[in-house]
Design a protein around this ligand. Structure first.
Ligand code: IMP
Length: 173
């Protein structure tokens, strides 16, 4: 059975990083209104901490997408849950838990770009660079991590372990 093993990023390290990222994005938006868009489910923990650490008026919305099987080249995704907010002319910050192949993020970005936001930026807590299939770059990245499966702080293994306050590797027990 796969269970959480070694802690890769501690709760303290995450807290520090969230503060740093919040400072950077706050400097960028300079008090302007921003809609933070969480990509479900993984991003909700990070988003809830990040939104409380920033210094500008925030609206929050969520999106859920599913990549089609075998679409690594086309990167097509299915929208399972769409936004309620109209983002035209607004500052949009996509918030992601992790960028892995980049397919999800790239697809979300393209969908949102078509809706003509004033600005569109990306903030991701974790980045698995080695696995990248699609060239998509985050504007704000928390930690670069090795090509290992991680859980905690919103990230799951078979829907479990999202509630861990740290990011951990998995081990076979
Ligand atoms: P991508 O489209 O390959 O970039 O996949 C991104 C999504 O896959 C993330 O939003 C996560 O939900 C999931 N994911 C990727 N790597 C991991 C991991 O190590 N642990 C848990 N979920 C992951």
């Amino acid at each position: 059975m796969m269970v959480p093993g070694k802690v890769l990023i501690s709760e303290k390290e995450i807290k520090k990083k969230v503060r740093e990222l919040a400072k950077k994005v706050s400097l960028y938006y300079k008090g302007e209104d921003v809609i933070m868009i969480g990509v479900l489910k993984g991003a909700f923990v990070f988003l809830s901490d990040l939104m409380r650490a920033v210094k500008f008026p925030v609206k929050v919305d969520f999106m859920a997408v599913k990549s089609y099987k075998g679409t690594e080249t086309t990167g097509e995704v299915n929208i399972l849950l769409d936004l309620r907010e109209d983002i035209e002319g607004k500052n949009v910050l996509i918030v992601e838990d992790i960028v892995d192949t980049g397919i999800t993020l790239n697809a979300v970005k393209r969908i949102l770009e078509k809706r003509k936001p004033k600005s569109l930026r990306i903030c991701a807590l974790l980045d698995k660079k080695e696995r990248r299939v699609v060239d998509v770059r985050g504007d704000y990245i928390g930690f670069a991590i090795p090509n290992k499966f991680v859980v905690g702080y919103g990230l799951d293994f078979e829907e479990k372990y999202r509630n861990l306050p740290y990011v951990s590797l998995l081990k076979d027990e």
